[in-house]
Design a protein around this ligand. Sequence first.
Ligand SMILES: N[C@@H](CCC(=O)N[C@@H](CS)C(=O)NCC(=O)O)C(=O)O
Length: 212
Amino acid sequence: MSSYKVHYFPGYGKAEPIRMLLAHAKIEFEDVHYTPETLPAAKASGNLEFGQMPVLEKDGKFYSQSQAILRFLGKELGYYPEDTYHGYLVDSTLDFINDLTNARFKANNHPEPETKKQLLADFYEKVLSNFFLAIQKRLEANSSPDKIVGDKVTIADIALAAIAYSFFLNENNLSKTEYQEVLNKFPKVLDYFNGLGELLKEYLAARAPSPW
Ligand SMILES: N[C@@H](CCC(=O)N[C@@H](CS)C(=O)NCC(=O)O)C(=O)O
């Protein structure tokens, strides 16, 4: 039996889709956490190929880059479509999630307070609304209304569950009110996220609280 370790910080962040995928596939894994104090030694170990985390350790071999890890595990564990069109739908969903998180990060980290305020307002009014609208359209166009691509759970559902339960529906997230005000305008998307929450119920109940 293979052994799995997920190396990351204690928060959800970029490791959460990987953890959720392993949990959904009922694969036991060890969460190895780092702090700013232990990070330099991890970098010096040579196990972080690109100097960052998350890193998946499978049977002693180290894998880097969260999206590549997700696709790698998705293909190994049956969460990645066989045909190229459905593969495209999965990949474009992952890219779209990245665009959203990058836009939020850019707005929230702007050094100038007035610009930050404006960028965050734009984020919630435009970027986040467009995100939910596009997800709603994909759900409506899909063969199964409770999956984002096809009829089986894919890594795209898992990645959406990770962002939903790290941010929009995370009780400990500081911006949950702002996220939920927008999400409530998209009841089909909310239903879909609730369904994903059911699929990951045990994992979500057991994980440690984190704001992100
Ligand atoms: N493209 C990489 C980005 C990874 C990344 O940004 N990791 C951050 C944490 S979310 C990190 O390791 N920061 C510590 C550092 O760069 O020293 C991925 O998706 O895995």
